[in-house]
Design a protein around this ligand. Structure first.
Ligand SMILES: NC(=O)c1ccc[n+]([C@@H]2O[C@H](COP(=O)([O-])OP(=O)(O)OC[C@H]3O[C@@H](n4cnc5c(N)ncnc54)[C@H](O)[C@@H]3O)[C@@H](O)[C@H]2O)c1
Length: 227
């Protein structure tokens, strides 16, 4: 079933690693996602509760930071007992919208697109890649990782019939704005943009930019800063 975004966003453009809900600071959103990953691991190991201290240690942050982050989710946890893991995971997933099932389309099935289509980890997080699109006839009519690659002229009809709400944009930079415009007009609510440019803004469409080069620059800055 197609999901509606829990909270339509009036600030559509977010930097790498940034937020879906602007009421929660981007750094907190990034940590909440990592808390959920660690909490899932603890649950699989048979734990039922976790302290803010342990959760902080797992992410190399203080227990005060954990408590402040978790306070954005409402009233969670009990003094001396810690957080109940299952309700905390549920609350994080609800806040992030990852408790919903999202249908996702990928545009641009080149080198990056191929790798993303082969990645098996999206499904378990509630992101179902239902179709990919490309302008290269040599790529179309194939399927990669079980996802059909369709010609771009089927974009609008497929988005409508499949109920696609999220798109991954992996086209060359010069094509990015035009494709984003078509996605917005088709009713897509969110775009994960890999193209190295700031997309034009479209009302009601959230954009999260992924830029590994700028992440590497942050890493190089962290390395030179600690010298
Ligand atoms: N953010 C990052 O960290 C990161 C990393 C790698 C690549 N990128 C970016 O991702 C994009 C894709 O990179 P790549 O290495 O896969 O490139 P690529 O050339 O291998 O693939 C691009 C694909 O897009 C298709 N395409 C071209 N115009 C299109 C359109 N209008 N509609 C649909 N498909 C179209 C091409 O046929 C090709 O298959 C580029 O913009 C690149 O800069 C970003």
């Amino acid at each position: 079933m197609a999901a509606e975004p829990t909270e339509p966003n009036s600030q559509p453009d977010f930097p790498p690693g940034s937020a879906i809900n602007p009421a929660i600071p981007p750094a907190t959103v990034a940590r909440l996602i990592l808390y959920a990953r660690e909490l899932g691991r603890l649950r699989r190991e048979g734990e039922s509760h976790v302290s803010s201290k342990l959760l902080g240690q797992l992410l190399s942050v203080s227990d005060a930071v954990v408590r402040r982050d978790v306070s954005h989710l409402g009233s969670m946890g009990q003094r001396g007992v810690g957080y109940e893991i299952v309700p905390l995971i549920r609350q994080i997933r609800q806040t992030m919208g990852t408790n919903l099932s999202w249908k996702v389309a990928l545009i641009g099935a080149g080198s990056l697109g191929h790798a993303l289509l082969r990645y098996r980890g999206f499904d378990e997080q509630g992101f179902q890649l239902v179709a990919a699109f490309d302008t290269d006839p040599a790529i179309c009519s194939r399927s990669i990782g079980g996802v059909p690659i369709l010609p771009l002229d089927q974009l609008e009809t497929t988005i409508a019939t499949e109920g696609v709400t999220l798109a991954i944009l992996a086209v060359p930079v010069d094509a990015a704005d035009a494709v984003a415009k078509r996605l917005a007009a088709s009713g897509v609510a969110g775009i994960l943009n890999f193209a190295p440019r700031t997309l034009q803004k479209f009302p009601g469409v959230c954009v999260v930019n992924v830029d590994l080069a700028s992440e590497l620059q942050q890493l190089s800055f962290a390395v030179v800063s600690q010298k």
